[in-house]
Design a protein around this ligand. Sequence first.
Ligand SMILES: O=C(O)CCC(=O)C(=O)O
Ligand SMILES: [Fe+2]
Length: 363
Amino acid sequence: MDAQDNFADIVNNFPGLPPFPDDVPIAPLLRLSLGKLLAGDKAELERLYEASVDIGFFYLDLQDCEHGESLLGDADGLFQVGESLFKLSLEEKKKYDFSAQNSYFGYKGQGVAVVDKQGNLDRNEFYNISKDDIMGISDPLPAPEVLHQSRDLTKSFMQGSHAIVSLILKILNDKLSLPEGTLSNLHRLQAVSGDQVRFIKAPPQPVDDRRTALGQHTDFGSVTVLFNRLGGLQVLPPGADAEWVYVRPLPGHAIVNLGDAMVKFTNGLFRSNIHRVAAPPGIQGDSTRYSLVYFARPEDNVMLRRLDGSELISPIEDDQVEEEINSKDWIIRRALGRRVDLVKDIDYEKSAGTEQMSRRIKV
Ligand SMILES: O=C(O)CCC(=O)C(=O)O
Ligand SMILES: [Fe+2]
């Protein structure tokens, strides 16, 4: 099947934005339904497992249940908040860059991280909001007024996204026949973790110089719930000859992907797929790209290593060394390790994730 046929029944664009072109290669991701997953539909649960093993990315249709509709509403509201947030002056935004205190929350300016081994710089701004701050588990970080005003909305979006993550973890836990609650107990909403909401803005790039805005990476945590409107996100399928393909944004859907922690917990059974953000394709390249993410990560003190208790998770091989690292240290190393303003001699490999496993190329 042509990957574009997968979306034949879906409207091609988001109101007010130019359409995604139909002549670029796209990833044939599975489209799962939140309503069916919530109802325990057997075939849908199986498809979730399949997507987790094969590519680690899938669409989640949020339009067929109340929970999904309410999350879509919150995401719409936060897209507006993101626009106002990034309109603040650079001077104001820089007040909320906490990276010098070893924190990855708050503002990251454009061009402070390398996107490749050649040392090219990123082309987007981030603002990360801590789940623990919004849930009242940690002391609140200083924040601009526009974020203070939208704390309730942010909280609702976080709770809604976290509930989806918990559902996915429960289904995968069952599929693996792990002792009940194993995965969800490592991701409790009220426990200290690096979970965050991320706002992203990437301005249009010069027509003759369109490059990677956000470098190739795997996500650091467990499950990512992503809202895209313009294209630009690309994934690299497994295999030595694989080529980058776009993920076409679909109205009413989130894009969900698994991160490094799920690879480590399952000793490589699940995939944390390599992805990056290029300039939006076709005429979309003239528009500013905003995106919104919820990153769920294991609780800070969780060790990122193989879980016992499932016959589907293969044992550690004699020649395999498992690194001793907890979730907090892993995320700091990965999040701050490629920042030119913080690290003197960037060692690109040292801040890598599970990319090598993700390629699934036998050496
Ligand atoms: O903006 C996007 O579509 C993806 C962003 C992303 O991959 C990330 O922030 O980790
Ligand atoms: Fe990512």
